[in-house]
Design a protein around this ligand. Structure first.
Ligand SMILES: Nc1ncnc2c1ncn2[C@@H]1O[C@H](COP(=O)(O)OP(=O)(O)OP(=O)(O)O)[C@@H](O)[C@H]1O
Ligand SMILES: [Mg+2]
Length: 377
């Protein structure tokens, strides 16, 4: 087992002018399950491949267990990888597939057998050890690929979207198994995914990355409850957070024809660059239907409703004032046109076309500065 440290690590691919991973500082504790999450092309695989030694590091250092491995050969790093395309050898049995790396390394036969049997037991593969991969289901094959990594008893596991070839139901099952397995084995793990639900359910901590730059690292609830910037706020959580730009007038946010009280400390942090505007975010579950005469509530024109049995969702447009329509909100304008989502009791759903009043739980408001997109409260 070992701690992993990325110390100001940068990767610029030959021919690119921008780094694919830019000055990454990340500390994965001994035995920790850290999930690296972000949209396609943000540098997740590059980060993982640098740790594996498959990709050159242009600046900075990588340490495993206190040892600088930045220029070390992949085979000397004592790590095991599980990829999305976990090609198994079709002509070999499950047992031989799992033990292959040990065989290459010259491990004695009975030692290989012992480790393979132990891994098979953990992964519930014992009865399949003599089968060929083609006689297994997708989920079972995926577990063989995990088994191949486990038998090596490495210091660090690296997993790059290992579940993306599985169907939705199997993915949910397997992610629970992998998380439980990692906890049982206690091996430091860096797990890559673009799926925020996977990140929230599996990780001890989550690192969110965008365009090669680390945005925030923290426990799932930390990222969910206190996203550090607009990107993390919008990326973590499903259905995603409602995020809109509003004018600030006399310390209050103007939401359509209505006003919303804002905490003084947050408003005080706005700068002239923010142009008397503020970004207000709130999750669908942190708002509710208000009485028609409620102050501190805003009007929403209902465009669609959904009854999922346990939950109801209202989708609507904030009714804009003329001031809003002329407001310059720059790049966030596209968010402004997005429907606002509110989770409610499915028994009290309004009708399409209704205008309802919505109030936000003030303790659950997320406020950001338009100029920096950083958190204010
Ligand atoms: N060999 C390469 N040469 C040049 N650019 C590359 C190379 N490999 C990756 N890139 C670029 O580096 C960036 C990061 O790629 P990377 O594969 O790390 O993304 P990712 O986060 O794993 O994405 P995905 O979720 O799609 O797998 C992308 O813009 C990609 O185009
Ligand atoms: Mg990738």
């Amino acid at each position: 087992m070992a701690e992993v440290i990325f110390d100001h690590v940068t990767r610029i691919y030959p021919g690119n002018d921008k780094p694919s991973v830019d000055d990454l500082n990340l500390d994965i504790k001994d035995g920790e399950f850290l999930v690296l999450v972000g949209p396609s092309g943000c540098g997740k695989s590059t980060t993982l491949r640098m740790l594996a030694g498959l990709e050159e590091v242009n600046k900075g250092r990588i340490l495993i267990g206190g040892k600088d491995v930045t220029t070390m050969q992949p085979k000397d790093r004592d790590i095991a990888m599980v990829f999305q395309n976990y090609a198994l050898y079709p002509h070999m049995t499950v047992a031989d597939n799992m033990g292959f790396a040990l065989k290459i390394a010259g491990t004695p036969k009975d030692e290989i057998r012992k480790r393979v049997e132990k891994a098979a037991e953990i992964l519930d593969l014992t009865e399949f050890l003599d089968r060929k991969p083609k006689a297994l289901s997708g989920g079972q094959r995926q577990r063989v690929a995990m088994g191949r990594a486990i038998v090596r008893e490495p210091k660090v596991f690296l997993m790059d979207e290992p579940l993306s070839n599985l169907d939705a139901k199997l993915r949910v099952q397997t992610r629970t198994q992998i998380a439980a397995l990692q906890r049982q084995l206690g091996v430091t793990t860096l797990y890559v995914t673009h799926d925020q639900t996977e990140a929230l359910t599996m990780g001890d901590r989550i690192a969110v990355i965008k365009l090669g730059i680390l945005q925030q690292v923290g426990a799932p609830t930390e990222l969910y409850d206190r996203p550090a910037n607009v990107f993390v706020a919008g990326f973590i959580g499903s259905p995603s957070m409602n995020i809109n730009v509003h004018p600030v007038i006399n310390g209050e946010a103007k939401v359509g024809e209505d006003t919303l009280a804002l905490p003084k400390e947050a408003v005080a942090k706005l700068t002239p660059e923010d142009n008397n505007q503020i970004i207000v975010g709130f999750r669908p579950e942190d708002a509710s239907l208000a009485a028609p005469d409620d102050t501190n509530a805003f009007s929403l024109k209902v465009v669609n409703v959904e009854d999922l049995g346990s939950d109801g969702y209202i989708y609507g447009n904030i009714i804009q004032s003329d001031a809003d329509k002329t407001m310059d909100t720059g790049s966030l304008m596209s968010d402004q046109n997005k429907l606002t989502t509110i989770r409610v009791n499915p028994r009290v759903l309004p009708k399409i076309g209704d205008i309802v009043k919505i109030k936000i739980n003030p303790a659950k408001m997320h406020l950001f500065a338009p100029s920096t997109e950083l958190r204010l409260n």
